[in-house]
Design a protein. Structure first.
Length: 180
């Protein structure tokens, strides 16, 4: 619930900030800049932060190609993860505001687990992380120079009972983009 409230506040603030853009500007520019931002809090001093800027180019009226890069930090009393990711995406618009997305992402970083032994000493074990994901999904995008996106994707490389970085193959997404 907190994630949703923080996301809605972020979207509202970005809408107000970009509301100052001249509405008579040339909308034929095909470049788009956008992405997502997230914060989360929880039990056991849980804190999460992620940022994922993106840049895309409208090749035609119904095809956008681009790239995404990102950073994610998760931590609590027992665990810490820092991940970087990068990858290309393709959005195809069969209907004006509805799109189908394919997004390959490569993740790399480090996970650290903290435990206490019988003498109550803290023991840390760190592991390097590398994983690939191929996200396929669909979503809705608003019209105008500032576009809000919402949708869902599934990682077709996800395997149940795998020790990878994902607890599920399903991932909802929300974001905003602005014409450059």
């Amino acid at each position: 619930m907190r994630k949703a409230v923080l996301f809605i506040i972020s979207l509202t603030l970005s809408t107000i900030a970009f509301g100052q853009i001249n509405q008579n500007q040339n909308l034929t520019n095909n470049w788009r800049f956008g992405g997502g931002l997230g914060l989360s809090f929880g039990n056991d001093s849980y804190f999460g932060f992620n940022i994922s800027p993106s840049i895309g180019y409208m090749v035609s009226t119904n095809l956008e190609v681009g790239g995404i890069a990102g950073y994610q930090h998760l931590s609590n009393n027992y665990y810490k993860r820092n991940l970087f990711n990068v990858g290309p995406y393709i959005n195809f618009f069969p209907i004006e505001n509805i799109f189908v997305r394919a997004n390959y992402v490569y993740y790399t970083g480090k996970e650290t687990y903290r435990t206490k032994n019988l003498q109550y000493e803290t023991i840390s074990e760190s592991y390097n992380v590398e994983e690939s994901a191929l996200w396929l999904g669909a979503g809705y995008q608003t019209s105008g120079p500032i576009k809000f996106q919402v949708g869902a994707m599934y990682n077709v490389l996800y395997k149940d009972n795998d020790t990878g970085i994902f607890s599920s193959g399903f991932q909802p997404f929300m974001g905003v983009s602005v014409g450059l």
